[in-house]
Write a protein that binds this ligand. Structure first.
Ligand code: MN
Ligand code: MN
Length: 312
């Protein structure tokens, strides 16, 4: 990384840190998820950044990739375990961070799947995710094999009586690219790839008392441009041009397109872009056994003897 790039990453990181902390202080029982995502995305822009992806608000056993559709009436309830995952970019240089909170007093008994959650249990899930992130970060330096980071995370999470989600990983990032090829596992893996100085990594353990596997739900609210395709419908062609111009290769929300001028027939146009594989739909992910999940995430820059965390 050049000094200028590091400066951009640090600016994006500061925005994400400030907006994450603001979101944690503002989130409350009875709040609409749509209000929370709008707050987070507008505060990123007020600070001179752009959302690097739609703010993800994933509740309880819903693990990732939920963002509000337009008109979303979903409300945060007492006892909900909410993962707030946000990203900002400055000139394409991305910072990505997440934290988990319990809504309201959270001191009742709450059911998900066949499990009952107390304040103590949910607090421990969140603390374990936070600590697992610290364990992962303490293992990051140039020359370390990525498999070793997953091994350290898995060992720590299991020592607390929980499981990491095995099929969700952290990821390397590059300018304008949220997932640039390298995955950072949360379980032991035979991956001998070594981290290099200057690598930008989002590290994000997910912790659950379930089976530690997520699967697709049918809903899709987040999408990403894949490739140009021949398109039959003029509105679909126009929509793809807007998507490329506004979001490049970064994920976007269908909700964002409602506010774009000049877009007609959004729903059929989106359907054509998906079916022709011009854009990729991210399915909402859910813990397969229906158990609750906590997440913590920071973005780091790998250094020769450690790493620099840009989102804390
Ligand atoms: Mn994230
Ligand atoms: Mn991430």
């Amino acid at each position: 990384c050049s000094d200028v790039m590091i400066e951009m990453y640090q600016k994006a990181g500061q925005i994400v840190k400030d907006v994450r902390e603001l979101a944690v202080s503002e989130v409350h029982e009875g709040m609409k998820v749509l209000s929370l995502v709008n707050l987070i995305e507008s505060e990123i822009m007020k600070r001179g950044g752009f959302p690097a992806f739609p703010c993800n608000i994933s509740i309880n056993e819903v693990t990732a990739h939920y963002t509000s559709p337009a008109g979303d009436e979903t409300i945060l309830k007492d006892g909900d375990l909410v993962k707030i995952d946000l990203g900002a970019h400055v000139d394409g240089f991305i910072a990505d961070s997440a934290t988990s909170v319990i809504i309201g007093s959270g001191d009742g008994h709450y059911q998900s799947g066949d499990k009952v959650y107390t304040l103590e249990k949910q607090t421990k899930l969140i603390e374990t995710a936070n600590q697992a992130l610290e364990v992962a970060i303490s293992n990051v330096r140039a020359g370390v094999e990525v498999g070793k980071i997953g091994e350290a995370v898995e060992e720590y999470v299991k020592s607390q009586g929980f499981l990491p989600v095995a099929n969700l990983t952290g990821h390397s990032m590059d300018q304008w690219i949220l997932h640039s090829g390298l995955s950072i596992p949360n379980v032991k893996e035979q991956n001998h790839h070594q981290l290099e100085e200057g690598d930008i990594l989002a590290i994000e353990p997910f912790v659950t008392d379930g089976i530690g596997v997520v699967g697709d739900m049918k809903d899709t609210f987040i999408f990403r441009f894949l490739r140009d395709r021949p398109l039959r419908l003029a509105p679909a062609r126009k929509l793809l041009e807007v998507i490329k111009l506004k979001y490049a290769n970064l994920p976007f929300a269908q909700r964002w397109l409602n506010e774009e001028p000049g877009i007609r027939q959004l729903k059929p146009a989106m359907r054509q872009l998906i079916s022709s594989r011009a854009i990729y739909p991210y399915h909402v992910l859910r813990e397969k056994s229906g158990a609750r999940v906590a997440q913590a995430e920071h973005t780091v820059i790998v250094e020769s003897d450690g790493c620099r965390v840009i989102t804390q």
